[in-house]
Every structure is written in C-alpha cells, then in structure tokens.
Design a binder for this molecule. Structure first.
Ligand SMILES: Nc1nc2c(c(=O)[nH]1)N[C@H]1C(S)=C(S)[C@@H](COP(=O)(O)O)O[C@H]1N2
Ligand SMILES: [Mo]
Length: 401
C-alpha cells in the first residue's frame, strides 16, 4: 500500500463515514463514501472498510453481510501486530503445554487432521470492540461501526479432543494461545496478544482449532494456516497464526489479558469515567445482538410494496429466541421470523415483510432477545473506557416514497 493512498483514505474515512450519531440523516452515509477496499487492496477480500493499515484492521459493511455463511472475502480483519510472512503450512507446528498439561504435544497440521475427529462448524466471531464508534464520549481504538462480526464455516478439530489427548491436570483453569505474529515495536521478545478462555469454555463443543474456512484455507489475515475459533466470546480470544496452546493453573496473564484490554468495569460507570485496573473484569460471553443486512440503510421504498427485511442475530453461550422489529422508533414492535442456528455457536437468520402507513422517513430497528431473557438496548449500553460490548439495536433508514 502506498503511503499517500493510505493518508488520503484515512482523511476520507474521518470525514466520510458517520454511521451513528444524533442526526438520523448521518445514517445515510453510504457504503460508497466509506473508504472501501475496492479495487481489492487486500487480496481475497472485498467490500471491507479499512480502519487502519498498521496494523491492518478492516470491517464488513452490513448490507454486504447478507449470506447466512459469511464468505471469506467479507470476514473482517482485526490485527494487533504484524502477521507472519512466508507461512509454510507443512512445516507449521502447534505446541500444547502449560502447567496443567500432563503430556505436552507438538503437532503438525497433518497430525491434527489425522489424529482427531475433523469437524466443520459455523461459528460467530465478533470483536469485543464492534460498535465502538458510537461511544460518547468517544474512546480511543479502532472505530468499528457494525461490521466486526462474521460467521464463516470453519474446518478443524475440537480443542477438547486435543487437550484430552494431552491430558489435563485437576488444577487446569484457563486455556491460553500463542501466535506467530510480531509486535509492532519489532521487539521479538514481546508477544502481540496472548489471550484465551476459561478451561470450561475451551472444552465446549464450539471451540475449534481450525485450519480452514468456507471449504478453503484460512485467509492469511484470518490466521492462515491455523487458528483458534471460540464462538461467542470476544474474538480476541480466538488466536490467529496459532503456534501454541498453554493450559494454565491460573487465569492467564498474557499480553492483553490485564489492565484495560478486553476488560470492562465490574460495576457500571458514568460516561467518561476513569476506571482503575483493579475495578475491571475480563469480558466473558458476548451479549445478544442483531444486524440488519437487508435493506441497505438509505434505501428508497415504494409505499405500495412490502419491504423485505432480513439479517442475523447472535449471542455468546446462549440462543437467540426472538427478534422484534420497529418502524416507529420503538413505540411498537413486530416479531420477525427466526431460524434455529446451523449448530451451537452459529448466528441465526431472521426475516420479515414490512408495510409503511405513509410516505416519509422511517427507521427499521432490530432487537434480539436471548434464552436468558436479555434483549438489546435501544441506546448505547454501559459506557466503558475502551468501548467494548456495544450491542445497541441496529437501525437502518428507509425513505418511503
Ligand atoms: N495472533 C493473533 N490473534 C488474534 C489477533 C491478533 O492480533 N493476533 N487479534 C484478535 C482479535 S482482537 C480479534 S477481534 C480476532 C479477529 O479475527 P479476524 O481477523 O480473523 O476477523 O482475532 C484475534 N486473534
Ligand atoms: Mo478484537
């Protein structure tokens, strides 16, 4: 990428892409004005909005996330460091170790494929910071709007099968990952990110060590040749370019596990508060959320016709039980039809046909409810210093003519 291009694109992004905000008209900021990855700047990706180029971060646009199974080209990219280059899948090794492993293993991808049951599962990954752009007061970090989420089909083996082979000691508490990317500082001693999940989640059905997506290899920016995929938890727990798994006898203390990273206040705080590290907790399962992928915001719609509406709804470690839609700013709601997930950990599709009483400006709001009885808030939920867990209702604008 040429530096000049990058600079002008950045400026364009700053001025051209307002997805949220007090002004409803701001929602008309269209895909075309959003600094897209068109023509392809990242091989194998298309329709991504680039937020940052070092490290590379790019999100999908809601109206392009129409498929039940997210195509590789539309899967978002969230890098914290510099991805490995010259990756050789046949020489790749995964080390299984840590204090709470009985028999450490060193496995090739061939070993993984041949020794354990191969599974293909559709698993949702959402960045913990998806929706950060809406925080007020604003917070630093990638200004994700809506598209740091996707649900491709992943191919691999269950983490559980590999850990059971290595044998877990009774004191196992946490699964940690190690990746082959390098720190932005260039310091080879510094890990970019080494996070993970409690051992119970690692042993669940929807935690995979994956070598493929959508019937092909992993995309280089999505972790080729090997990654962790832990559905429903902040995607930061799903280590890319996976070289190691450590089973720890304590809550993992790797890079970006502590301080303010991927952590939220234990108790709600007023917007703009400074929160001490000791008053923060690690983010667990992601909250219930939905995304309208049809229609594209700003659409013009003929009043005489029904408007077909569809999208996806998801939640970590639970199931979505209903999705409701409003066209009158939340005064009344109507139930959408909702599909069951393809498998545990996959997002669910909803659809409806809407009619509008008169011409004019409308918004469609979508609100999902999960099996724990929790629904999406209509406004930004609990402000937090790093802008995580924004699961406010998605809103798209419609001009009825
Ligand atoms: N090794 C490594 N793994 C990583 C990251 C990273 O920077 N390095 N980013 C994490 C974060 S914050 C997210 S949101 C997801 C993004 O996965 P994706 O880029 O495949 O969409 O990868 C996670 N795994
Ligand atoms: Mo993330």
């Amino acid at each position: 990428m040429k530096e000049l291009e990058t600079l002008s694109r950045r400026r364009f992004l700053q001025n051209g892409s307002v997805f949220f905000g007090a002004s409803a008209l701001a929602m008309f900021a269209s895909a075309e004005s959003a600094g897209l990855n068109e023509p392809p700047l990242i091989a194998g990706k298309s329709g991504l909005r680039i937020l940052n180029d070092r490290p590379l971060n790019a999100e999908a646009l809601p109206h392009l996330l129409v498929d039940a199974v997210t195509p590789t080209r539309h899967m978002f990219i969230r890098n914290n460091g510099v991805p490995p280059v010259g990756v050789d899948p046949s020489g790749w090794r995964l080390n299984i170790g840590g204090e709470s492993i009985i028999r450490p293993l060193r496995l090739s991808i061939k070993d993984l494929r041949s020794r354990y049951q191969n599974v293909s599962l559709q698993l949702t990954l959402e960045c913990g910071g998806n929706g950060r752009a809406e925080f007020d007061p604003s917070v630093p970090g990638n200004q994700w709007t809506l598209g740091a989420v996707g649900c491709p089909l992943w191919h691999g083996v269950r983490v559980r099968d590999v850990l059971e082979d290595a044998g877990l000691k009774n004191d196992a508490v946490y699964l940690a990952f190690h990746g082959a990317d390098t720190h932005l500082s260039g310091d080879p001693e510094k890990e970019v990110i080494s996070r993970g999940v409690p051992i119970e989640k690692a042993m669940a059905d929807d935690a995979l060590i994956a070598w493929g997506m959508n019937d092909g290899d992993l995309h280089p920016m999505n972790g080729h040749p090997l990654r962790l995929v832990v559905a429903g938890w902040p995607a930061s727990a799903s280590g890319k370019w996976l070289t190691g798994l450590s089973v720890r006898n304590q809550v993992h203390d790797g890079a970006k596990m502590g301080g303010q990273s991927y952590r939220v206040p234990k108790n709600p705080v007023a917007p703009g508060s400074v929160v001490d590290d000791s008053s923060m907790k690690i983010i667990g399962a992601m909250p219930v959320k939905s995304l309208l992928s049809v229609p594209q915001t700003g659409v013009r719609h003929d009043r005489g016709q029904q408007l077909k509406v569809s999208g996806h709804a998801w939640v970590g470690d639970a199931q979505v039980v209903s999705v409701d839609l409003s066209t009158d700013f939340g005064q009344t709601w109507q139930r959408a039809s909702l599909q069951v997930p393809a498998n545990v950990g996959a997002w669910q599709q909803f659809s409806a046909a809407l009619v509008f009483p008169a011409v004019g400006y409308y918004e469609i709001w979508s609100r999902a409810t999960d099996s724990n009885g929790l629904s999406q808030p209509m406004v930004l939920p609990g402000w937090n210093p790093k802008g995580y867990l924004n699961n406010a209702c998605h809103r798209v604008a419609v001009h009825v003519v």
